[in-house]
Write a new protein. Structure first.
Ligand code: ADP
Length: 441
């Protein structure tokens, strides 16, 4: 028997003993009356403690624990401890729930919890963005009443959730979403949505690119095949034969140029970023660029170079040469005979810049933003006549981007163009280091 119960039994024994003594000393009636009085007092004490307990149980946190002795004291203490533990557990659970909610809300993807009837139980910010859901008002409403695209309704109704479906969102500026339902628990579902707008764009670009490459190669290939059949089927005199061979060689060179430029682009995309420590001797490179431009011009243009001394670029020489060379050769190719092409290399407030100015045909403003797209040309015929592939400026942009440099294009139709490649200060090496390099070499 434990201690509090022993004390309760002791109280009964004491009352009975006192009543017995009273009975023996003062008569049996007095004894019985004393016993009844004692029992009543004990009962009143327990009723009062029970009432206090009920009062406390109604608001355990708000009222102090009632004071008591013996078995009641122990019962109160146990209940108090039980209440504290339950409070702590509830606190822990509500904090855990809050953390899960916060994690769900922080997800960039959309998450909607649906019940068995596809009514929204909960959704996060991402879902509200993707589907235009109202986080407060929409829980409890069927999701198909709120996301109204027929393909979504069909997906939900078919209950075949093995794959995600693409969905063009009517909200958030026409996002493209990948939407999937994942059943869980008894009959609940998670509706997940992911923004795949960028992926979709890349996919469209990839498809366009493949179509463009095929088209660009097919044209010279068709011409080449036509000539080959003519040469095979007809008896041609040696002069005609030579002419045909030259035309075929020209088409083969065109295909070769396209493939070379494609390979150059793919190398730019797949190689690591150009080193910051490797010095590109810009003066030597500019001399070569000018000589190549002069060779391409064949004396039909005035080509000048104005290069500041005292600094170089850190990066990949072949990429800088390809960027500068493409800009200079474009200037020659799009400038009519008698025009001028001027190359400048100079320091700028923010680093250094290479400028190619020409007095050529110029470019209408609506084309300028698209010039660096692969295969974009203002005048397809002129580009082809001058040996263009439509990839030159795409190569320039990529090579510059890899050096954190930018390309700026200014042009006036009929007057000429100015292409400026701007390098940031961290890619510019002062000549002092070059002198030291030479000394230590
Ligand atoms: P392409 O091989 O056709 O020259 P690019 O990518 O080098 O391809 O250039 C894209 C288009 O930009 C050209 O087809 C041409 O229309 C225009 N362009 C480029 N450079 C010049 C320039 N200096 N003057 C006028 N137009 C230019």
């Amino acid at each position: 028997m434990n201690h509090p119960l022993l004390r309760a039994a002791l109280a009964l024994v004491v009352i009975t003993a006192l009543a017995l003594v009273a009975g023996l000393g003062l008569g049996a009636e007095t004894g019985w009356a004393a016993l009844a009085l004692g029992a009543l007092a004990l009962l009143a004490y327990h009723v009062a403690k029970l009432a206090a307990l009920i009062r406390w149980l109604k608001q355990p946190g708000a009222t102090p624990l009632p004071e008591a002795r013996g078995a009641w004291d122990e019962a109160f203490a146990l209940l108090y401890r039980f209440e504290r533990t339950a409070d702590r557990e509830a606190d822990r659970l509500s904090r855990a729930l809050m953390r899960w909610r916060q994690a769900g809300e922080a997800l960039p993807d959309g998450v909607v919890i649906l019940d068995a009837e596809n009514r929204i139980e909960w959704c996060n910010e991402g879902a509200s963005r993707h589907f235009g859901l109202d986080l407060r008002a929409d829980p409890g409403r069927p999701v198909t009443n709120l996301v109204r695209q027929p393909e979504f309704a069909a997906y939900i109704e078919a209950e075949d959730y093995a794959h995600a479906i693409p969905l063009r969102s009517e909200h958030g500026g026409g996002l493209v979403l990948s939407v999937q339902v994942i059943p869980y628990g008894e009959s609940q579902k998670l509706l997940l949505s992911r923004d795949i707008t960028r992926l979709e764009k890349v996919e469209i670009m990839r498809r366009d690119f493949v179509a463009n490459v095929s088209h660009e190669l097919r044209t010279p290939l068709t011409v080449l095949a036509g000539f080959l059949e003519t040469v095979r089927d007809l008896k041609l005199d040696p002069q005609r034969m030579r002419d045909y061979m030259n035309l075929m060689a020209e088409q083969a060179r065109r295909m070769q140029r396209i493939v070379d430029d494609l390979l150059a682009l793919s190398a730019l995309e797949s190689s690591p970023e150009p080193p910051l420590e490797e010095r590109v001797n810009v003066h030597g490179l500019l001399a070569r660029v000018k000589a190549d431009a002069a060779a391409l011009s064949g004396g039909r243009h005035r080509i000048t170079l104005d290069a500041m001394e005292g600094f170089d670029i850190a990066g990949a020489e072949s990429e800088i040469a390809s960027a500068f060379g493409n800009l200079a050769s474009n200037a020659v190719r799009y400038t009519p005979e008698g025009g001028t092409v001027h190359l400048t290399w100079r320091a700028s407030g923010a680093g250094a810049e290479f400028i190619v100015e020409d007095t050529g045909i110029g470019i209408e403003p609506q084309h300028i933003a698209r010039l660096t797209e692969r295969f974009y040309r203002v005048d397809r015929g002129r580009s082809r006549e001058t040996g263009g592939t439509g990839l030159g400026l795409a190569i320039v942009k990529h090579a510059l981007m890899r050096h954190q440099a930018t390309l700026d294009i200014h042009s006036e139709p009929g007057k000429g163009s100015r292409f400026t490649a701007r390098f940031p200060a961290r890619r510019v090496l002062p000549a002092a280091t070059r002198a030291q390099d030479a000394a230590t070499a």
